[in-house]
Ligand binder design. Structure first.
Ligand code: GLA
Length: 653
């Protein structure tokens, strides 16, 4: 039993003399697994059909000799220069219709049969050669599917899109109905008229764009399955690929995660936010595996190189970040990458061994973390239990990316983050769930701008509340079905009965806000909602359209801001605007109380507390103090002192 610790190891970037030192330093840091081969295709197959495995044999043997496991990658995320030179049409075409070229990475069209053939060939060479190697622990298939080329608009992709659409809709009548092509004279009369979206004079058909995103996501999963099938001929070791659960929303991970043996994800801090996106990425990785421990395949020891301003982590911040993932269910803590590169596109990206060498803050923290993870080996395999879920759905997100909507101020990801942040402030650990998923284990479900809610998803939520669950629903939820067709009869058509509300019109706010009767403020959104049975807990005055245009107008009327409806055995909270944080915190507290949901422990805001427990009752309270002040975390049985900026893992039972 051990918590896995390590990172991407790219020895091909370094002279051989460095490799022995790498092994010594890995032992010093407590590294027990590295990912290898991710970007090695050009070195393994320098010309099409000519292979050079000698150097890689040496690397694998060194790892085995030093007790470091290999997470062995197929190098298919970065084809060598010969690929684009020989098969230029197999490189991607972007959304603007531009044919891209070699010179970076992911320079291929995921729908290209030529690419697939070459990728499966190198995969087979590697699988056959290393299947029995003693270092091999896990297969790392490809790297970050769709990170740069999730949607490639080639002719090959369009042809596969048509096949996918036929399968989904049967015939053109089905397709025309689903896409609403009666609008703007878009009805298709032959399959070859159906294309991948490319630039159009104005707003494209939303149904076409949504299905294109679904298809593109499906295509990437097919590529994983094809490589996995080749590996499976030679090896029975587990396989995975590194998702990007906190970013890159272009792949429907609810669908993809079914085919990996263990969920793995990469996470990088964005801007100044050290909690919300990290927590979401980690909770989502856990939820994708139905609560099973997961692999943090990459994060950074300090700065990345791909944001506008790349912030170096403060002292201890890296340790807190790693423990945040560990607390939320990761049993493997890994980084991009072992040694910070001296050259290439990512030379300004931090690594476990920084440019400064081992006399450095980063290296000391790397070694400290390795030692601490070793001491916590018995946590491996324990689970995080959440009785709250927050919904996340890709087609919903994709539909809301469409340019024509009530207000571009409302963004699906921003709403999700705002509600996730409110749960975080309340200390409530949440799973991430899909609208059509099993909600039976939860008491509270948060529905953040789930605009596109399928009939099945709506029925699922209805059943959840009817059976005694509590929901907290934001504006712009339950408005359209799975084909992005609006439900009629008043908004939100899919769940009006559950919420006890009916809205005739949306009134997105311009540059104004609404004043809540309770004293707070509503942003971005207002709507002409009427209660059809719900208790009204707060109101605002709906901005008068006439007043906004300067005309004489009657004063606006009070409209519900927060409605609470009893439905069956459960309770539904519905908001018609986006309240300020303090108001939202009150509403979340009320919903949590209705649901009987409580935080893992009592702790000041900024001190993250998550519990992991084994089935046999052994449990640990992970206390992560992000503040500059010493803090106390209190449970029914204990008071845990957590110094400023530090992590304390308290063994409870
Ligand atoms: C991704 C990739 C890595 C590296 C990092 C940089 O996660 O998988 O190869 O590019 O980003 O942050």
């Amino acid at each position: 039993m051990a918590i896995v610790y390590g990172g991407d190891y790219n020895p091909e970037q370094w002279p051989r003399e460095t490799w022995a030192e790498d092994m010594r330093l890995m032992r010093e840091a407590g590294v027990n697994r590295v990912s290898v081969g991710i970007f090695s295709w050009a070195k393994l197959e320098p010309e099409e059909g000519r292979y050079d495995f000698g150097w890689f044999d040496e690397v694998m043997d060194l790892l085995a000799a030093n007790g470091v496991e290999a997470c062995l990658a197929t190098p298919t995320a970065s084809p060598p220069p010969w690929f684009a030179a020989t098969y230029p049409e197999a490189v991607m075409v972007d959304a603007g219709g531009r044919q891209l070229t070699h010179g970076s990475r992911q320079g291929f069209d995921p729908s290209s049969d030529v690419y697939l053939a070459k990728a499966l060939n190198i995969t087979e060479q590697i699988a056959r050669r290393y299947a029995e190697h003693p270092a091999l622990a896990l297969w790392h298939v490809h790297n970050e599917y769709g990170c740069h080329n999730a949607r490639s608009h080639t002719k090959a992709a369009a042809a596969k899109f048509r096949v996918w659409l036929r399968d989904r809709y049967g015939d053109l009548d089905g397709l025309n109905a689903a896409w609403g092509t009666a609008f703007w004279s878009q009805s298709y009369s032959a399959w070859d008229q159906v294309q991948a979206p490319l630039p159009t004079p104005t707003i494209p058909n939303p149904g076409q764009v949504l299905d294109w995103k679904r298809f593109s996501s499906w295509q990437l999963k097919q590529n994983y399955l094809a490589e996995a099938a080749v590996i499976g001929k030679y090896s029975d070791k587990p396989m995975t690929t590194n998702f990007m659960t906190g970013s890159h929303p272009d792949i429907d991970l609810w669908e993809f995660s079914d085919v990996v043996d263990v969920v793995a994800t990469d996470h990088y801090l964005v801007g100044e936010d050290p909690h919300v996106n990290l927590g979401f990425a980690a909770d989502y990785a856990r939820s994708l595996g139905a609560g099973r421990p997961w692999i943090l395949m990459e994060h950074s020891t300090s700065a990345v190189n791909w944001q506008g301003r790349n912030r170096a982590k403060a002292p201890r911040e890296m340790i807190r970040n790693s423990f945040q993932h560990f607390a939320r269910g990761a049993d493997a803590i890994m980084y991009f990458q072992w040694r910070a590169s001296r050259q290439g596109a990512e030379k300004w990206h931090s690594g476990m061994v920084p440019h400064a060498g081992t006399d450095s803050k980063i290296w000391r923290e790397v070694c400290e973390l390795g030692a601490r993870l070793k001491e916590l080996a018995e946590v491996e395999g324990s689970r995080v239990h959440a009785d709250t879920a927050i919904l996340w759905d890709f087609p919903n997100r994709w539909a809301q990316e469409h340019e024509a909507r009530p207000t571009t101020d409302l963004e699906a990801q921003a709403v999700f983050d705002e509600y996730y942040a409110a749960l975080w402030r309340a200390g409530i650990t949440a799973d991430v769930a899909e609208p059509e998923g099993d909600l039976s284990g939860y008491r509270l479900v948060v529905v953040p701008a789930v605009y596109l809610l399928s009939r099945k998803g709506a029925a699922n939520l209805r059943q959840f509340v009817h059976g005694g669950g509590t929901v907290l629903v934001t504006p712009y939820s339950g408005v359209a079905d799975e084909t992005d067709t609006v439900y009629l009869g008043g908004y939100p058509g899919a769940i009006r009965d559950v919420l006890g509300v009916r809205t005739e019109e949306f009134h997105p706010l311009l540059d104004d806000t609404v004043a809540l009767a309770s004293g707070g403020t509503g942003r971005i959104w207002s709507e002409a909602a009427e209660s059809t049975g719900a208790e009204v807990r707060d109101t605002y005055v709906l901005p008068s359209t006439a007043a906004r245009t300067g005309a004489d107008a009657p004063a606006g009327t009070a409209t519900p801001a927060w409605l609470v409806n009893r439905f069956g055995e459960g309770t539904a909270h519905y908001l018609t605007t986006f309240p300020d944080d303090a108001t939202l915190d009150r509403i979340v507290a009320a919903a949590a109380e209705d649901a009987g949901v409580a935080p893992a422990a009592e702790a000041p805001v900024g001190v993250e507390v998550v519990r992991r427990a084994h089935e046999d009752g052994r449990s640990w309270l992970f206390c992560i103090n992000h503040t500059g002040a010493d803090a106390k975390v209190k449970t029914a049985d204990a008071v845990v002192d957590v110094p400023a900026g530090e992590v304390v893992v308290h063994r409870e039972h």
